[in-house]
Design a protein around this ligand. Structure first.
Ligand code: MG
Length: 227
């Protein structure tokens, strides 16, 4: 049976996102290597600190930049202000990166919006996320936008409650097993998992076998099952 409501993830589901963070990561490692520091160590330290810092710094470009500054201070306990400014600039560039829609999204969303009530559901820094949403050409197709610090079963349940959406009448669509699919499953909501090659490592998780999870290889294929 088809649902009435669609809750749709934004980053790496509607538009490219993680590649900007990956590019910034590489720029930081090169910056450290250029100062004579070990490239592999800069790379692994940044990965580790980014994961460890999520509870303190949250998600997003400036959180990544703060982790870069932390790594830099491990290499140079007396930091150079110009290097710190350079790291800040890397973060700002990611913060306001251009929004490139993923293939099929702009063609499919208008069709879905004629039939479903749709919610954009995203996590991270509200200013950063809302900036991308404003820049995107698809905001008009959504009835609601919700940005939370973390996507988990509890925040997912609250979104259902806030918008008065019954679990059995709602589907979740996203690229992240951990942040999109598992929270939906925990709330009895069917989901469509659309894997993306550049999804952040921290978002990966083994998915259980479930009749509540449909996997598609491209966004436009939603029209095959929802229209
Ligand atoms: Mg995503």
């Amino acid at each position: 049976m088809k649902p009435q409501n669609l809750i749709i993830d934004c980053d790496d589901t509607l538009w490219e996102n993680n590649r900007f963070f990956m590019d910034a990561h590489v720029r930081f490692v090169e910056l450290m290597a250029g100062r004579g520091h070990d490239r592999a160590r800069a790379d692994s330290l940044l990965l580790r600190l980014e994961m460890e810092n999520v509870p303190r710094y949250g998600y997003g470009a400036m959180s990544q930049a703060r982790s870069m500054a932390d790594v830099y201070r491990l290499f140079e306990p007396v930091p150079d202000e110009a290097v710190l400014a350079g790291i800040d600039a890397i973060g700002r560039a990611v913060f306001s990166h251009p929004v490139y829609m993923l293939p099929g999204v702009e063609e499919t969303l208008p069709l879905l919006s004629e039939r479903y009530t749709m919610v954009m559901f995203t996590k991270g820094n509200p200013d950063e996320q809302l900036g991308k949403i404003e820049k995107s050409p698809v905001k008009e197709y959504f009835s609601h936008v919700k940005c939370v610090p973390e996507k988990d079963p509890d925040t997912f349940r609250r979104v259902l409650e806030e918008f008065g959406m019954a679990p059995e009448e709602t589907w979740m669509i996203g690229d992240s097993p951990r942040s999109d699919i598992m929270p939906a499953l925990a709330n009895g909501v069917k989901s469509v998992y659309i894997p993306f090659s550049m999804t952040w490592a921290l978002e990966h998780q083994e998915l259980p076998e479930s009749e509540h999870i449909i996997t598609l290889d491209a966004f436009h294929r939603l029209s095959e099952i929802l229209l």
